[in-house]
Design a protein around this ligand. Structure first.
Ligand code: SF4
Ligand code: SF4
Length: 90
């Protein structure tokens, strides 16, 4: 059975994230990962949220010192194809 989606989901702006990892340590379901790779090692690292595992608890958005995580209503996310493809398995 498909997972019931929470009412809201965390949206992280990877372009503005500094990679400080404050959000990573508070996420109760461990769905925020640090992105590694040549690009991120040369500049600042960044983080990414696995939205299919996010439970919408808001903790990450509360602790982000740069306010780059926004809580967005799930219904609004689903209107965008790139998020709908990620959230609704075929
Ligand atoms: S809203 Fe909660 S579950 Fe979702 S990414 Fe942030 S800390 Fe994790
Ligand atoms: S707390 Fe904010 S700036 Fe720090 S890693 Fe998370 S999203 Fe990026």
């Amino acid at each position: 059975m498909a997972k019931k989606l929470p009412k809201q989901l965390a949206l992280l702006d990877e372009d503005l994230c500094t990679g400080c990892e404050a959000c990573v340590s508070v996420c109760p379901v461990d769905c925020i990962a640090t992105l590694n790779g040549p690009l991120y090692q040369e500049v600042m690292q960044s983080c990414s949220i696995d939205m299919i595992r996010c439970i919408g608890c808001t903790l990450c958005s509360q602790v982000c010192p740069w306010n780059v995580i926004t809580m967005v209503p799930t219904n609004q996310m689903l209107r965008e194809k790139r998020f709908a493809d990620e959230l609704i398995p075929v």
